[in-house]
Ligand binder design. Structure first.
Ligand SMILES: [Zn+2]
Length: 256
């Protein structure tokens, strides 16, 4: 595929900006950060399947490059299966999330809130900030604050508060899910080419059988990957919105 040089540079810069992923860029990449040490890459989402939808390809890329990628699920999706009790649904969806994480090469962590009843309070913010800090994040991906689902809003705000409590020590990127349907007014600043991880991401989403992962892929994920890819001249991309500062050029010292 050919595309304008300026767009290649843009993709390359963005990839380089996302911790060591510059190794795949078309533009001359800076040395991979992974050569210095593995980064702790943390993704926070409200429900099982949200992180996979928004940045499954990016997380897989980090994992393949030797970084430590972790997904923090705020809830276990307790209200996501009709006719099942909260406990039954939690057990099913936890197993699905764990399988999806195995496929992506990331580690799952569950933050202990309840689907449909997530809380944003002082104690909850303190508790979540401690959980996130314990992961020693070098970069964090979080759900977009202007999502229609209240749990997504809570997940975003908890990360935002933790980021402020940590004095903005780590770069923070927001990801989109089902844009136009759930994420509203999403404005990308960075893109990652996920063309080569598309199948792996799809497999991770299909692991969410109780959520009809095949329909999520067909109705939302493929459209988003196609659209974001067209914006930067690749077959499939994931888009992010950076808040505040970005990572130093790949090869530089990690923040903190
Ligand atoms: Zn969700």
């Amino acid at each position: 595929m050919s595309f304008p040089r300026s767009r290649r540079a843009f993709v390359g810069q963005s990839l380089a900006g996302l911790a060591g992923l510059g190794a795949e860029a078309d533009t001359p990449p800076a040395p991979s950060v992974s050569a210095a040490r593995a980064w702790n890459v943390i993704c926070v989402g409200a429900h099982p399947d949200d992180p996979e939808t928004g940045c499954g390809g990016t997380l897989a890329a980090y994992a393949e490059l030797g970084h430590r990628a972790t997904i923090i699920y705020l809830t276990r999706g307790e209200r996501g299966i009709a006719g099942k009790s909260l406990e039954e649904a939690a057990a099913i969806r936890t197993a699905e999330a764990e399988q999806a994480c195995r496929i992506l090469g990331v580690r799952p962590v569950f933050a202990g809130q309840i689907d449909g009843a997530t809380e944003l309070s002082g104690p909850r913010a303190t508790q979540f900030a401690a959980l996130l800090e314990a992961e020693k994040p070098d970069v964090v991906f979080a759900q977009w604050p202007l999502d229609t689902h209240p749990d997504h809003q809570v997940a975003a705000q908890l990360v935002l508060r933790a980021w402020l409590a940590a004095h903005r020590r780590f770069p923070l990127y927001f990801f989109e899910v089902n844009t136009g349907h759930q994420s509203l007014g999403f404005a990308p600043t960075d893109y990652v080419d996920v063309t080569s991880r598309r199948e792996k991401k799809k497999a991770a989403l299909l692991a969410h059988r109780s959520q009809h992962g095949d329909e999520i892929v067909r109705q939302h994920v493929q459209l988003m990957e196609d659209f974001r890819g067209r914006e930067v001249g690749v077959a499939a991309a994931e888009a992010f919105s950076a808040l505040g500062h970005r990572l130093p050029p790949a090869g530089g010292a990690p923040p903190g």
